[in-house]
Write a protein that binds this ligand. Structure first.
Ligand code: MBD
Ligand code: FE
Length: 289
């Protein structure tokens, strides 16, 4: 763990170093066995298609030696800052998720992203996520039920949840929030029901001081993701659902730098009458394995 509160370390390096460490260990490969096929025909098919896409860009746009050298330097900077997980999850993961989703029954999901962490607080529903005494932001309840595709409530279900604070920072990847902040694994009740008390997250911008953000801005693209809550919904004998939930009215909906927002994943939290607290209800359906 190399995240640090040293302000001389850039946001990009603080987030990137830890994400790279996790990816290197394989701990974030939650969707199935790594590797799988060293079948030469498949390696050739996939790699040649990828290379040909880049060669076509060079030909079609008459890329110069100056630009080729800038590309080399950019790739080296992505490695130096640990931004490969960020870059890959922002610009490519959504296509991989479409391939995986084509065979998954039950609730619609979306990408995992680079900021999931293993080993977070295990809580029983109803649960309040770990947070600071003065945690800023709108108090929010997310509640619902986890069932199997045939409607059976899943008593052993768990909701692994993580999101930014109301300033857009993830614990574990930014200097400010303490370890474990706004992260937890919530065990559902015997009817698969969960009720999670947290704070509404804020829109997120990828680090602007690293190569992924700099490339994004150099191209004139928005570096923002709409505010979102990440979820892994699990139950014994069922395929894990990886998802995110968004909020109606968010200015970045439909313009997510990670192309991961979907209309089916939008929440419209309503006031509960307790101060400024809001609540959303959302059920999840898991596919038996
Ligand atoms: C995020 O918070 C995120 O969820 C993804 C997918 C990519 C970058 C930052
Ligand atoms: Fe995220």
């Amino acid at each position: 763990m190399t995240a640090t509160s040293d302000q001389s370390v850039s946001d990009a390096v603080t987030a990137g170093a830890h994400a790279t460490e996790i990816a290197r260990s394989g701990a974030s490969n939650l969707r199935g066995a790594a590797g799988g096929g060293a079948d030469p025909a498949r390696v050739s098919a996939v790699v040649s298609a990828a290379l040909e896409g880049i060669r076509a860009a060079i030909r079609d746009h008459e890329v110069t030696y100056e630009e080729f050298d800038a590309f080399k330097q950019w790739l080296i900077a992505v490695s130096d800052t640990g931004e490969w997980p960020l870059f890959l999850d922002v610009y490519l993961e959504f296509e991989v998720e479409k391939v995986a989703a084509a065979t998954q029954q039950g609730s619609i999901g979306t990408i995992l992203g680079p900021f999931w962490l293993d080993g977070q607080a295990q809580l029983d529903s109803p649960a309040t996520l770990p947070m600071r005494d003065d945690e800023p932001g709108t108090p929010m309840i997310l509640a619902g039920q986890v069932t199997s595709t045939d409607g059976t409530p899943l008593a052993g279900a768990k909701v692994d949840i993580w999101h930014t604070d109301s300033d857009g920072w993830y614990s574990g990847f930014a200097a400010k929030p303490p370890a474990g902040n706004l992260r937890g694994v919530v065990r559902c009740d015997d009817q698969g029901r969960f009720e999670i008390h947290t704070r509404k997250p804020a829109p997120y911008t990828i680090p602007l001081d690293g190569p992924t953000g700099q490339m994004t801005q150099a191209a004139g693209w928005s570096p923002w993701r709409p505010a979102h809550i990440h979820l892994l919904v699990t139950a014994p004998g069922h395929r894990t659902l990886t998802s995110q939930l968004f909020f109606t009215g968010d200015p970045y909906l439909g313009n997510d730098v990670a192309s991961a927002d979907k209309p089916e994943l939008t929440l419209d939290p309503q006031p509960t009458g307790h101060g400024d607290q809001v609540r959303s209800d959302r059920d999840f359906v898991l596919e038996p394995e």
